[in-house]
Design a protein around this ligand. Sequence first.
Ligand code: TXA
Ligand code: MG
Length: 324
Amino acid sequence: MAEIIDTRTEPERAIERACAVLAEGEPVAIPTETVYGLAADATNPDAISRIYEMKGRPRFNPLISHVSDMAMAEAHVIFDPLSRRLADAFWPGPLTLILPQRPTSSVHALASAGLDTLGIRMPDGFSRRVIARFGRPLAAPSANTSGKISPTSAAHVDTDLGPRLKLILDAGSAEIGLESTIIKVEDGALRLLRPGGLDVLDIENLTGLAVSRPESAGATIEAPGMLASHYAPGAAVRLDAGDVRPGEALIRFGNTVLPGEEHAAIVLDLSPAGSLREAAANLFDYMKKADASGAATIAFAPIPSEGLGEAILDRLQRAAAPRD
Ligand code: TXA
Ligand code: MG
């Protein structure tokens, strides 16, 4: 069973234990502001292998390297001016940049799945303090079994990976609740590889540039983790529901009541006040709660597609995609 340390009551012990376990080459579950990550020393191939093993993750799917400051970032990747502007504006925060790896970088090829680029991010929250103390980048995917819903609490991590993990740092519910937005700069143009917790509009407003989208969800293997079926709960998922069928779990938005709600196994509202930020923070937890209700199908009421709604709908489409 995993040891769980509360970072709010024992921050120093949390950092010390985490660094000790990481130095042994073992993964540690750490809280970031987006989701909980399964972190390991990005320079240690055995430690990185443990991440892939624990998650059951395909090895062609590269990991994000997490850094604590710009000096650490600069040691491992080469910034173009536009990427640097994004980092200056949005780090620490829910933005991952895809950048050329520096030839002298010690991040192991297993973390980048052999690509010549690195996904790099400076996370906010307690994880950043762990990285600063550890002194090296931490490779970290979300701390869930591959293909399943990402964890936004220590309890989520414990339920899924607890039996295989040594240590979980508990900082409470993740503030953002959706994985980072992934951006790649190419010839001065911005490409969105994954919508996420940073609103694309904020990027467009800062730069004055339009961010281009992938052709269609799952069509590209550009961010190889973007496989069509992902974020899958145990139950089937029905999107854009206009009503509730008997026995379904309902996840709705903005306090909009649907016909048939009285027959629902459970009714959850992502944000009664209609805030997409609040909806993002609740999404994965509510998917898990709806799943736990035992309903065979989770019906989702329509959710607005603007702003963070784009990332929420991306996750829902993957949750609803055919599974193999
Ligand atoms: O918020 C987040 O991003 C969380 C927390 C823990 O930081 N991490 C996360 O990691 O969501 P993961 O492994 O679930 O998703 C990482 C995504 C994958 O789709 C992967 O393919 C893409 O980043 N990626 C990583 N390195 C890449 C690279 N060099 N080029 C293109 N895509 C890359
Ligand atoms: Mg993930």
